[in-house]
Write a protein that binds this ligand. Structure first.
Ligand code: NAD
Length: 260
């Protein structure tokens, strides 16, 4: 039997990159998937890819910075797909959006999913929550200089953005532990994934120049960047009963980035 047969998953940020790959992977594993994204058209694009491949999915707009919208998304998942067993808090922005927006999406957005999703899953007999953290939730971030000046002069906006990203992702690791402890006894497992640099639109700016891409590749002992499908397969694993005794961890999926 497929790993997620009969399960229903709600994924945030499912219109692109890691979220889209995970929606497709979970659908291939047998789950019905609610693909949500602040960009509802991109979410619908993911639904189309799943449907064309014979999977079951629905799509909707969801801005994770709104607790109300998060509540609605969970309700709609249950009413349209019949249940909710897996919540993947994946939506995120790069630091380029500045302190407030980065914290709002990457930290408060995950908190909304956890604080609304965990008690509801517990009430319904259990489930799984997965959060997308980052290597930036475990250690400081190394990013390539995006222009020549950046090497010599500190750019305060860029620094605030990277600081917000690192602070938010460290916060996600902490929230993952706290909710795992609070809800583990009620049948809700809560874990996070910490990807290294992955080839998605989020990292396109860093990869635009060959020097930038080489800088990033050198940070990964495997000598390459990751693909979104390599995060998606881990999300499916954590969502499945193969991971039935895994709770409260942040799993690096980083080609060895955090090993040194
Ligand atoms: N790409 C990487 O190298 C990398 C590394 C570590 C962690 N991550 C994390 O992985 C997650 C997915 O990133 P990605 O690389 O797939 O990027 P991406 O830009 O391809 O996808 C992010 C998606 O989130 C959506 N989004 C943005 N703000 C939102 C909001 N307020 N509400 C709902 N959706 C919103 C975007 O529309 C987009 O579809 C993020 O949490 C990111 O921080 C990415």
């Amino acid at each position: 039997m497929s790993k997620l047969e009969g399960k229903v998953a709600l994924i945030t940020g499912a219109g692109s990159g890691i979220g889209r790959a995970s929606a497709i992977h979970m659908a291939q594993a047998g789950a019905a998937v609610m693909c949500s994204d602040i960009d509802s058209q991109s979410a619908e694009g993911t639904v189309a890819l799943i449907s064309e491949a014979g999977g079951r999915a629905d799509g909707m707009g969801l801005d994770v910075t709104s607790a109300q919208e998060m509540r609605e998304a969970i309700k709609r998942t249950i009413s349209n797909l019949g249940d909710i067993n897996v919540l993947f808090n994946n939506a995120g922005v790069g630091g380029g959006f500045g302190w407030d927006q980065t914290i709002a999406v990457n930290l408060t957005g995950v908190f909304h999913g956890l604080s609304i999703g965990a008690p509801l899953l517990a009430e319904r007999g259990g489930g799984v929550i997965i959060n997308t953290a980052s290597i930036a939730g475990m250690i400081a971030l190394m990013t390539p200089p995006v222009d020549e000046d950046a090497e010599t002069e500190a750019d305060p906006d860029a620094e605030a953005g990277i600081g917000a990203y690192v602070a938010a992702k460290h916060g996600v690791v902490g929230l993952t532990k706290q909710f795992a402890v609070n809800y583990g006894g009620q049948g809700v497992r809560v874990n996070a994934i910490a990807p290294g640099f992955i080839v998605t639109p989020m990292t396109a700016e860093f990869r635009a120049e060959q020097a930038g891409e080489d800088f990033l590749i050198d940070l990964h002992p495997m000598g390459r960047l990751g693909q979104p499908e390599e995060i998606a397969s881990v999300a499916t694993f954590l969502a499945s009963s193969d991971a039935s005794f895994i709770n409260g961890i942040t799993l690096p999926v980083d080609g060895g980035y955090t090993a040194r």
